[in-house]
Write a protein that binds this ligand. Structure first.
Ligand SMILES: CC(C)(COP(=O)(O)OP(=O)(O)OC[C@H]1O[C@@H](n2cnc3c(N)ncnc32)[C@H](O)[C@@H]1OP(=O)(O)O)[C@@H](O)C(=O)NCCC(=O)NCCS
Length: 105
């Protein structure tokens, strides 16, 4: 890793992407997001999550998109809602303090 790599990482606003997660013994496509504190409240997570949703949809990656979110994490719940997801009590995560939000793609 070079100094340039470290400079570039320091300028990253955050990350957002798609991963496969096991829920109810089935692989589900999850969108995850993190934004550094100084860059929050500008809509970056929502914009990035919507871009991931559109990528998943246009590439027919899955029939459903999910997001696994701590029950007290209001900002993430709002990102999920604004991406088109809603709380899905039919899907459970191994962590009892995490809820699952989902939407059909
Ligand atoms: C959740 C997170 C990614 C949101 O990023 P963001 O770019 O600030 O999100 P947006 O600007 O798109 O805003 C989404 C909603 O969260 C709210 N929000 C953003 N940061 C917030 C904060 N620090 N405290 C309270 N609400 C916050 C916004 O007001 C918005 O809600 P609204 O539409 O009702 O006004 C960011 O707060 C974060 O990285 N948190 C820590 C890591 C984390 O929890 N990751 C998700 C794991 S599931």
């Amino acid at each position: 890793m070079s100094t340039n790599d470290l400079d570039e990482m320091a300028n990253l606003l955050g990350d957002c992407g798609l991963t496969w997660q096991m829920l109810n013994a089935t692989a589900e496509l999850e969108v995850g997001f993190h934004v550094k504190t100084s860059a929050q409240y500008f809509g970056f997570a929502t914009e990035a999550a919507i871009a991931c949703r559109e990528y998943a949809r246009s590439h027919a990656l899955a029939s459903r998109l999910v997001s696994i979110i701590h029950r007290d994490n209001r900002p993430s719940q709002r990102v999920a809602q604004k991406t088109g997801m809603s709380l899905d009590r039919s899907l459970t995560h191994s962590s009892p303090v995490h809820d699952v939000y989902s939407m059909d793609l």
